[in-house]
Ligand binder design. Structure first.
Ligand SMILES: [Zn+2]
Length: 141
């Protein structure tokens, strides 16, 4: 028996991206099947896939729109060059260049002095409390 040329009834975009032919079987129930150059034959006969092919296929010869690839959108140019350089400039000034020695050091000393004084004060207070407590406990006993 001579094999008839497949009857192409439509074209579809295969899930692999290639254009596949939708063909109709010449015998039986005239089921559709598809042929993709990559995926080869798909002869599923389920109602759902048959319906889908029938509804989505385009007439043979239709040029299918190219697969939508993510368009290489020109990357949004981040333009923080100005702020960046400004920040760098701000950071760049070495502390020694501000005022030779003096000011920051004084600040530091003052701060430390306060800390020491505060610490001493707390210590003294604590000692007094402890002393008082000891006295109370001793006195009560
Ligand atoms: Zn395919």
């Amino acid at each position: 028996m001579k094999r008839a040329n497949p009857k192409i009834v439509g074209v579809l975009r295969c899930s692999c991206g290639a254009v596949m032919e939708v063909r109709e079987r010449s015998n039986g129930k005239k089921l559709l099947y598809t042929y993709c150059p990559n995926c080869k034959l798909d002869q599923r006969s389920g109602d759902q896939i048959q319906e889908q092919w029938r509804n989505t296929m385009l007439p043979p010869g239709t040029e299918l729109p190219p697969v939508e690839t993510a368009p290489p959108e020109s990357a949004p140019k981040t333009l923080p060059n100005k702020t960046e350089s400004a920040a760098i400039e701000g950071e760049w000034i070495p502390p020694e260049d501000l005022a030779p020695g003096a000011e920051p050091k004084q600040e530091e000393t003052k701060f430390n002095g306060k800390m020491v004084a505060g610490g001493l004060g707390v210590l003294a207070l604590f000692s007094a409390l402890a002393f008082g407590l000891t006295r109370i406990i001793r006195g009560g006993a």
